[in-house]
Ligand binder design. Structure first.
Ligand code: OFO
Length: 163
């Protein structure tokens, strides 16, 4: 059984994950408008992954007899000054989501809600991976610097992401 506080926090997280999905879809649209089709493809897959995260929370709230309540989704930004700027924003966003997940874990502990604590373990691990992945991409951008042909190569590499 979820406490009222926990239920609200989990519903807020559904909103945050859907916003993540929306933000990355907006980045995909930006990349397509600039003809960076590989970066766009990577972002579209990331957007789907985020929707999957929202649905995991959705299912969990229902599984423990809570009520899912959806809220308005914030309008995402739709333009960036360069490909690396968009990925840097993704990095900042993932650090923010990590902080939110940590706060959810702290709340579950405080509420002695062991089932939710266990459920959240998946997301603790997932956030380590999400931040590491985007860190690696930014590192590559920095190594490339102004080298246009390497940038095309990175676009092609990221476009090969399968899931
Ligand atoms: Fe759902 O992990 Fe990114 O935001």
């Amino acid at each position: 059984m979820l406490s009222e506080k926990m239920e609200k926090a989990l519903n807020d997280q559904i909103n945050a994950e859907i916003f993540s999905s929306y933000l990355y879809l907006s980045m995909a649209a930006y990349f397509e408008s600039q003809n960076w089709m590989g970066f766009a493809a990577w972002m579209k897959i990331q957007s789907q992954e985020e929707y999957g995260h929202a649905m995991k929370f959705f299912k969990y709230v229902n599984d423990v007899a809570g009520k899912v309540t959806l809220d308005a989704i914030e309008k995402p930004k739709n333009d960036w000054k360069s490909p690396i700027a968009a990925f840097e924003e993704a990095q900042k966003h993932e650090l923010y989501i990590t902080d939110r997940i940590n706060k959810l874990v702290a709340l579950a502990n405080q509420e002695k809600d062991y089932a939710t604590g266990l459920f959240l373990n998946y997301f603790v691990t997932e956030q380590v991976e999400e931040v590491a992945t985007v860190n690696q991409i930014i590192h590559k951008f920095k190594q490339i610097g102004d080298n246009k042909s390497s940038l095309f190569f990175l676009d092609r590499e990221l476009g090969m992401r399968a899931k």
